[in-house]
Design a protein around this ligand. Structure first.
Ligand SMILES: *[C@@H]1O[C@H](CO)[C@@H](O)[C@H](O)[C@H]1NC(C)=O
Ligand SMILES: *[C@@H]1O[C@H](CO)[C@@H](O)[C@H](O)[C@H]1NC(C)=O
Ligand SMILES: *[C@@H]1O[C@H](CO)[C@@H](O)[C@H](O)[C@H]1NC(C)=O
Ligand SMILES: *[C@@H]1O[C@H](CO)[C@@H](O)[C@H](O)[C@H]1NC(C)=O
Length: 958
């Protein structure tokens, strides 16, 4: 493709160069405002000749925290500061290697190179180093580079990072020695002016463009000729460049023909250059870089193409056996491929932070050289220099918890990091600390080198440090929580990265408070360890928290002796559970419950169980059972076997000479119920029937003392679930002053009762006539005749206006005892017993017991009438619905003395559900016995009498 041009003779250029260097030094010495040239520190500057390039490395460690630049000294000695534009146009590159060292490369054909016969090249530079960004007062290190390069291939193409360069040989015909001399003498002149007559023809898709060489510079190109070559240098992107894809790789191409035209000579040279601009593929483990094997714009006659040699290198070094370094260099018909495992030698990892995420990149600077022949070009040497950096590879650091609970020391390791990461600060809890401050606080921070060259940071913090959170968990454990935020300085750019770590350790190091129970002679005791008692726990008796105030209120005694509290519980106090109550003994248990303050979870129940010998007590159980042990110290002594409850059929379960033990349910044995203040009171009585002689007729003589013992069970109607009972006993002769406390707990989850009233307070009265105005009064006896009416009024007291009283059952007996027999029913289940059928009740039990009663044998039940009488409001009757009036007439009752009994209910009353308060409709007509004794809420009972009935015709008179 090229024609012949007269060959320039050899020329001695060396002395000229020396001269120029001298000039250059003298210039430097006289430079104003500049520090003079200084000797570079050893190792700072390293140079080499790399292919058709000068190569220089400036040590990173020396330039650290300094500013530097490079001045190119042109052959005339004038310094030019290297910048990006100058670099791309003139054939220089200032770059960095993967280690951070500054790399300067210059083409042997660069603008300011002194070229000696296309064989020896030299370039002088000044390296300026300053502490200031504006390069004030720089230290100047002059450096001269010199390289020999020979032979040149007919065509050499270099694809640099910032430019493409093609140089081609302009073949010089062999000229005979004889004729050479005069011709050669003219050569320097020719060479001097030659470039000016060159023209460049660019071929681009937009057409052909011809320009003179002097104008090519304006387009960003650099074109010149040397003794035996012409070259064109182009940035990657110019108006004339085009991008095309070859086998998947984008190539930047500048197609041009260089033309030298003189009168008798026309020289046309193909100066097309084409370089890849991409071709890298990243997999998880490899970098693959591909370059087309045949670049069509450079190989016009493909069949003649023969690849001669392919080699690769890293940095400035050619790698002779790439596979030894795990690189792969492969070639097929379409591609030359280089595969480099990420992390392979020659490259380097670098830490960085992207969007707050820690990660790494891997960089390697490789080059590829491909030599080929084709018919057009005997030899083409094609060099591509390629710096490659992988995309950001996130590497989330791991927190390794090596905490050993035994040492009570958090041991946390954060890693692994490249060596370009430093730990600069930690935040422990909420306290930000520099490493120094952390050390002063007693936190141990250590750099741990890993085997693979990475490093980790270990932090040790004692559990008991104030910045460690502690939380009482489970039964006896403490959860220690360490919250750390690491602040790291990452990579050469010193990016800041924060990494949090939360470490917890739960260990059983809590000593629970303990209460040890023991029995005293008269009391139960607990010794409670107070030194460990803090806000985490509380002791409860049932659902009642134990405190000096509650202790006092419940009759306990709580004393403190510094390290311990002593709780004294008397045997009938609230909270005592009676496990065994018998004639012989009383076994009581008292439980102290240790609860977690926060969750109310029961952690421990401390119990003490004691047996007491007690002759006098009453225990009212939550289920309505009453156990009574009564001692009778009367004079003269009475026969305890003959003591009875109100229902005379209820005898002592056990007895001795001076003690009787009764057990009964509140719904039996004639137990009555009333409401008193805030309490529900069940009352019964132990009495002794005097021995009377004779049996019939009025008693005459008795040796037995009059004896009565009232038993009261109080069921407080309060929010507390603890119920208590008291026992009063009095007798005549003087009360034996037996006084005791009983206590019981209920298992029901009664939340509490707002409304005090639980049992109905009902009273009944007999009136003289149907006006229901006048009673018989308390003093006088009621005397009537069988044919006369009895006016009975039952009144509900202490209830709200809206409730209505119903009479469930009314009956008549000869005795005031609830369960006395025989009885004549007047009202059954709320209905009056109809005329002529006033009947004798015949419950089984009663029938058995009373089957020998003479009345029971009466074959014609008495007749009479029973009717309700309306109630109207008046001064006495405020709420008519609180009253019921009944008019009774008995025709032929063979009775002399009667009592009228009634049980009653109300229409609305309080029901106690487990979760709150609600009103419940009570069904009228329920009898006393049908009600549970635990909460006999809706009924009442009343008895009135006696009424003496005269039977004049029989002459019967009381
Ligand atoms: C071409 O090279 C010569 C000799 O080195 C130089 O004097 C001239 O300035 C160069 N021209 C361009 C345009 O670089
Ligand atoms: C090449 O790869 C192998 C396997 O991954 C590895 O063991 C070896 O160290 C590597 N050689 C070099 C020089 O990196
Ligand atoms: C040559 O190698 C490249 C890269 O490995 C591959 O993509 C291409 O298909 C291969 N071509 C032929 C002809 O084998
Ligand atoms: C840390 O280690 C301790 C001790 O082995 C362990 O109890 C704890 O659960 C660990 N904590 C975390 C958050 O991994």
């Amino acid at each position: 493709m090229w024609s012949v041009v007269p060959a320039p003779g050899s020329m001695e250029v060396l002395p000229g160069w020396l001269c120029r260097i001298l000039v250059f030094f003298s210039l430097l010495q006289s430079g104003a405002g500049r520090t003079g040239p200084v000797l570079a520190p050893p190792g700072f500057i390293q140079t080499a000749c790399f292919s058709s390039m000068f190569w220089m490395r400036l040590e990173e460690s020396f330039l650290k925290n300094k500013f530097h630049r490079i001045e190119i000294i042109d052959p005339s000695g004038t310094p030019v500061v290297l910048d990006r534009e100058l670099g791309a146009r003139c054939g220089y590159i200032l770059s960095k290697d993967v280690w951070g060292n500054t790399i300067f490369r210059a083409s042997l054909l660069a603008c300011h190179v002194t070229n000696e016969r296309d064989e020896t090249f030299s370039l002088a530079v000044n390296i300026q180093v300053s502490a200031f960004e504006d390069m004030r007062a720089p230290a100047i290190y002059p450096h001269l580079m010199r390289c020999s390069y020979s032979p040149w291939a007919p065509r050499e193409i270099v694809c640099e990072e910032n430019y493409m360069e093609v140089s081609v040989k302009t073949d010089i015909p062999v000229i005979s020695d004889d004729e050479a001399a005069p011709w050669m003498s003219a050569l320097p002149e020719t060479q001097k002016v030659a470039y000016q007559v060159w023209q460049l023809i660019f071929h681009s898709p937009s057409g052909r463009k011809t320009t003179v060489v002097s104008d090519a510079g304006k387009l960003g190109y650099s074109f010149n000729n040397t003794l035996s070559r012409v070259f064109l240098r182009s940035p990657y992107t110019t108006n004339e460049s085009e991008h095309s894809v070859v086998n998947g790789v984008t190539m930047s191409t500048v197609s041009s023909t260089s033309m030298y035209k003189q009168r008798w000579l026309l020289l046309l040279i193909d100066t097309t250059v084409s370089c890849p601009v991409d071709g890298t593929i990243f997999t998880d483990v490899d970098i693959i870089w591909m370059v087309p094997t045949i670049i069509p714009r450079l190989v016009l006659q493909e069949p003649s193409f023969t690849s001669l040699n392919i080699s690769m290198g890293v940095g400035e070094k050619r790698i002779e056996e790439p596979e030894k370094l795990n690189y792969t260099l492969e070639r097929n018909l379409t591609h030359i491929g280089i595969t480099i495992p990420i992390g392979a030698d020659g490259g380097r990892f670098e830490s960085t932070v992207s969007h707050g995420v820690y990660g790494i990149t891997y960089s390697i600077n490789v080059f590829l050289e491909h030599a080929w022949t084709d018919t057009d070009w005997k030899l083409t040497k094609y060099t591509v220099i390629k710096p490659i950096t992988t995309p950001f590879l996130p590497r989330i650091p791991t927190v390794v918890n090596d905490t050993d609970p035994q040492t009570r020391l958090f041991n946390v390791t954060l890693g692994a990091f490249l060596s370009d990461v430093t730990l600069v600060a930690v935040t422990i809890g909420n306290v930000p600390l520099s490493l120094k401050e952390a050390g002063q606080k007693g936190y141990k921070i250590t750099d741990i080198p890993n085997a693979d060259g990475k490093k980790s940071f270990r932090l040790e913090v004692p559990f008991d440090d104030p910045n460690v959170l502690r939380e009482y968990v489970n039964k006896n454990e403490t959860k220690y929580s360490l919250h750390v935020t690491y602040t790291l300085n990452v990579g050469p750019k010193g990016k800041v990265y924060h990494h949090p770590a939360d470490i917890e350790c739960t260990i059983a190091d809590v000593v629970l408070p303990e209460a040890i129970g023991y029995c005293g002679k008269k009391n139960m005791y607990f010794i409670i360890s107070v030194e460990v008692m803090d806000h985490h726990w509380r002791l409860y008796v049932g659902n009642m928290p134990l405190s000096p105030a509650t202790a006092l209120a419940n009759g306990y005694l709580l004393t403190t002796n510094g390290t311990h509290q002593i709780l004294q519980v008397p045997p009938f106090a609230v909270g005592i559970i009676y496990e065994e109550v018998s004639f012989e003994r009383l076994q009581a248990r008292f439980d102290l419950v240790l609860k977690k303050t926060l969750t109310m979870e029961t952690l421990e129940t401390f119990s003490v169980r004691c047996s007491f010998r007690s002759t006098e007590f009453v225990v009212c159980y939550p289920n309505g059972t009453v156990s009574v042990s009564a001692a009778m110290k009367t004079l003269p002594v009475i026969d305890m076997s003959k003591t009875r409850l109100k229902d005379r059929t209820c005898k002592p379960k056990e007895f001795t000479k001076d003690q009787a033990f009764f057990q009964f349910h509140v719904s039996t044995c004639g137990t009555s119920l009333r409401f008193e203040g805030e309490r529900l009171v069940y009352e019964n009585e132990i009495s002794f029937e005097k021995e009377s002689l004779p049996v019939q007729g009025p008693p005459i003589i008795t040796r037995d003392p009059d004896y009565r013992l009232t038993i009261l069970c109080y069921y407080p109607v309060k929010e507390t679930l603890t119920q208590s009972a008291k026992f009063y006993a009095f007798s005549s002769p003087p009360p034996s002053s037996v006084y005791g406390y009983g206590a019981m707990t209920t298992r029901s989850a009664t939340a509490g009762l707002r409304r005090a009233r639980q049992a109905l307070n009902i009273v009944s009265n007999m009136f003289k006539d149907e006006s229901f105005a006048a009673t018989y009064g308390t003093r006088s006896a009621v005397v009537t005749y069988p044919w006369k009416h009895i006016f009975l009024e039952v009144e509900l007291q202490d209830e709200s206006a809206e409730v209505e009283l119903y009479l469930d059952n009314c009956w008549m007996t000869e005795s005031e005892r609830f369960s006395s027999f025989p009885r004549w029913n007047l009202i059954v289940d709320g209905q009056v017993v109809l005329y002529d059928s006033l009947s004798l009740s015949s419950s089984n039990m009663e029938q058995q017991n009373q089957s020998r009663s003479p009345v029971n044998r009466c074959e014609h039940p008495s007749n009479g009438t029973v009717s309700f009488f309306p109630v109207t409001a008046n001064e006495r009757v405020k709420y008519p619905n609180h009253f019921k009036r009944v008019i009774i007439q008995m025709r032929a009752l063979p009775l002399r003395k009667v009592y009228l009994h009634c049980t009653a209910t109300v229409s609305t009353c309080l029901h106690v559900p487990s979760n709150g308060f609600r009103y419940k409709q009570c069904t009228p007509g329920r009898t006393l016995g049908q009600h549970s004794a635990i909460h006999p809420t809706c009924y009442g009972y009343t008895v009135t009498g006696p009424i003496f009935i005269l039977h004049p015709e029989k002459g019967d008179q009381h």
